[in-house]
Design a protein around this ligand. Sequence first.
Ligand code: HAM
Length: 427
Amino acid sequence: MPGIAAPRGTRDLLPAAVPAWEWLHDVHARVTGSFGYQLVDTPIFEHAELIERGVGTGTDVVDKETYTFTDRGGRLITLRPEGTAGVLRAVLTANLVQEIRPVRVRYAGPMFRYDRPQAGRFRQFAQVGVECIGERSPHLDAEVMEMGWRFIAALGVSGVALQVNSLGDLDDRQRYRAALIAYYEPLQDQLCDDCRVRLHVNPLRLLDCKRDQRFVAAAPVITDSLSPESRAYFDTVLDDLRAAAIPFEPNPRLVRGLDYYMHTSFEFWHESLKGAQNALGGGGRYDGLAEVLGYPATPGIGYAMGTERLLIAASDAGSAPGAEPACDAVVAAVEPPQAQAAAAAARTLRAAGVRAVLDVSDRKIDRKLRFADRLGARVCVLIGPDEVAEQGATVRDMGNRQQQRVPLTRLAAAVAEALANQEVTPA
Ligand code: HAM
């Protein structure tokens, strides 16, 4: 019987990839922390209603991509496809905006979308993101984009194009909806089945339909439907970006795949990611979302970035750290009767801060040395019958293959010296 495989669209994070994964999270914490953003963590499942109302029916994410099920208590539950709705719910139920406005939070974790898996697109993927909740100011829109930009730069990734658009407020959107319907109605017969339905439900979605892209070039642009106030708001955002020396490209066709956006919306595109997967991340302002979820009106803006996509770009750029050795030293019992003495020696080393792996296998000594090599150990400590009799240990430098017998009282110091001798001096 073949082994049971992982579900399609999922990936395992294996030890060799962990240093890059942790590095990315550290960099995100450092960069967003320098702007005063603090970690928040919310459940990976929510009431289906939160996602449906938040992300919006009529979007691909809700209509086709959610993992929704009834739990044993009869509740309709959805695995979160994104973090914004849940983070906003958490901040508002805890009344955090009562004390501090805006609340600045960051998050990281798995998201779930029943997408068609391909390079850079998975059914379980991870995001790092931020939300700035409780204040409406164009300066915050610029802050969030600047932070995203600086984060990507701190990962050593270049070749990123920040695409920025304004979706205006609800009135602007109504005007734009009407303009889109007027444009698409005569084309109805040529639209795909989904878009014919969407045309009167959610016409903005027609702009990101993969099948009907040929009509997009001539479609009306949102910028023409913006009121003078919305235009001025957007101009301030762009001015702030210029003042912060963040390069950007205005893109009036950028509509984003989620329904809650108004005013500023943006994406970070990267050249190495092709086609529909070219977005490293995206975000925008969602001032109407809190009310849609049944809370008092509360403005907010944020971004989320795809962790796997960022890591693809960082490893292409050569900036992501590679695999790390599991330990500094292997402590090997030469024969089974020395197992306890070897365990005691390993304990002594760990207490001195050395990462020590115990080898109590019945392999021959040369195999034990090869095992230590494979683990990346720089030192191997051998404990045989003579060492036990003498209350000592043999310390072998795996680099120059020299070894010396030392008393146990000097073991930690001798290992530390051998490790220090091999410290690679950074170029
Ligand atoms: P989003 O554009 O749906 O926005 O997702 C953000 C990023 O998550 C994408 O740019 C992409 O890098 C990654 N991503 C999305 N789907 C997949 C997938 N199937 N496989 C791999 N990576 C994927 C949001 O999720 C919003 N919550 C962002 C936001 C925060 N808006 C305001 N605040």
